[in-house]
Ligand binder design. Structure first.
Ligand SMILES: Cc1cc2nc3c(=O)[nH]c(=O)nc-3n(C[C@H](O)[C@H](O)[C@H](O)COP(=O)(O)O)c2cc1C
Length: 217
């Protein structure tokens, strides 16, 4: 990446570790842009986390089609945002230290690009960098039903070290509305990044059992 290497007064390269946890967030054109938006909203409340956002062109379209947010509203939730074509952005280099990347939601197209190392967009490049630097890459891949090609792609990504975290609703927590369902998945993302969250309590085991009516139950 271009730009001068920062040097200290003695002329040696600065090894300063960033105080903030930089997290890259990608939003692609799979349905469910609210997952990425909710993640950004929650991370705004984390003073120690600095978000770096990239939205693909189809991602911008789904934001407008599926939510009441404008693209500008969503970009304003992040500390920094980048053009998807800007493959020279800071997050395109492994030397820019981050705590990882979340793609929420992740389309099959972008999943396929990352699986095949076809890094011609900033989301695919930043994801490739995240993997090569051994940082967590969490992908909320969303499609249904899944054909064998999709499944092979997800297997390849898992083998490369990415975390496959499809946005699948859980019902054991008795969600009351869509917010509960979205929050549950976002909480699992934050858990996977070891970031504190108060959206979903830890499961403490089954406390109440409903009788099935079977003898002895
Ligand atoms: C409303 C809408 C919903 C879509 N949902 C999905 C989806 O769930 N999964 C998927 O892989 N693609 C979905 N697509 C298609 C992707 O947007 C399309 O493949 C696009 O090229 C993905 O590009 P991107 O990965 O650069 O965002 C959807 C498109 C639209 C307009």
């Amino acid at each position: 990446m271009g730009g001068a290497v920062p040097e200290d007064s003695r002329g040696s390269v600065s090894q300063e570790v960033p105080a903030l946890k930089r997290l890259v967030v990608g939003i692609t054109g799979a349905t469910g842009s609210i997952y990425g938006i909710r993640l950004l909203e929650i991370l705004r409340g984390h003073a120690e986390v600095q978000t770096h956002l990239v939205i693909s062109a189809p991602g911008k379209r789904t934001i407008v089609e599926e939510t009441a947010y404008t693209v500008r509203d969503v970009e304003a939730l992040a500390a920094h945002h980048y053009d998807i074509r800007d493959i020279g952005a800071s997050i395109a280099s492994g030397s820019f230290r981050t705590v990882g990347m979340v793609i929420a939601p992740c389309s099959i197209k972008t999943a396929g690009a990352i699986a095949s190392c076809h890094t011609d967009s900033l989301i695919a490049r930043a994801a490739d960098v995240t993997l090569k630097e051994g940082r967590p890459l969490i992908m909320l891949v969303r499609e249904t039903p899944l054909h064998v090609g999709h499944l092979k792609c997800m297997l390849a990504l898992a083998e490369m070290g990415a975390v496959m975290l499809p946005p699948m609703p859980a019902f054991y927590n008795r969600p009351k509305d869509l917010d509960d369902i979205v929050n549950h998945t976002v909480a699992r993302v934050l858990d996977r990044l070891d970031l504190p969250q108060t959206l979903v309590a830890e499961w403490q085991g089954t406390t109440r059992r409903v009788s099935t009516g079977e003898p002895g139950d």
